[in-house]
Design a protein around this ligand. Sequence first.
Ligand SMILES: [Zn+2]
Length: 243
Amino acid sequence: MNDPGSAARCSVVRWTDEEYQLTATAPIRRGEVAVAERPLVAASFASPQYGSVVWDLVDQILSDATVRQAFYGHDLKVTAFPIDDADLPLERALATKHRVSALAVRELLHCVGTNNIGYFDAARKLQGLAIFPTLSRANHSCAPNCRPMPGAAADKQVVLTALTDIDAGDAITWNYLDDSELMALDYGFRNVNLVNSYRFVCQCERCRAEVPPHLAEPRNALRYFDGLIARIGAKAGMGIRRG
Ligand SMILES: [Zn+2]
């Protein structure tokens, strides 16, 4: 749901054969709101019903036919994250509860894991996770042109505010890593974190300028960072974009 005032400034366009991109349709000045959106579904950290808010979001989507139809209608990106053995009983329980296959529950879990975005209270304290179909089309960049901020907190609204002047036709981007210190680090540190949390190697302009030659092919880079993560024993997880 694009809130009034934001629809005219951005639109979702096809980026590659499989992915979409949020793009400015008019010039946006630094400090202006590029896009504002209320969530399709939201789950608070305060009262997790199924042990994690990601599972709560899966349950909410399956519980409401209108929400489920809207969710699938957005054709959001799906990244297959490794699933914990401990989560398998919950996967089966939700499949039974909602009369769908365990595979359907897992696909939905992957889609929610790929697209969840944090929402804030008015003091910018993270309150929970939500699905924002339009905001989730904005790609990550290590030199982003926008930053997520609380909108109307009572509505769990999130706005992307321009950090720089943005021209019509430019991609709207933000930093998924929620850590300005991490952004000051080099290509390898940024991307090992992105692969661990989000399962992608960044292709932003900054990364393309900084990538070492042996990692220039994205598939090689993904293999390299996967190997590194396995060696250091980091636990891969479904990303939480906090901004
Ligand atoms: Zn990057």
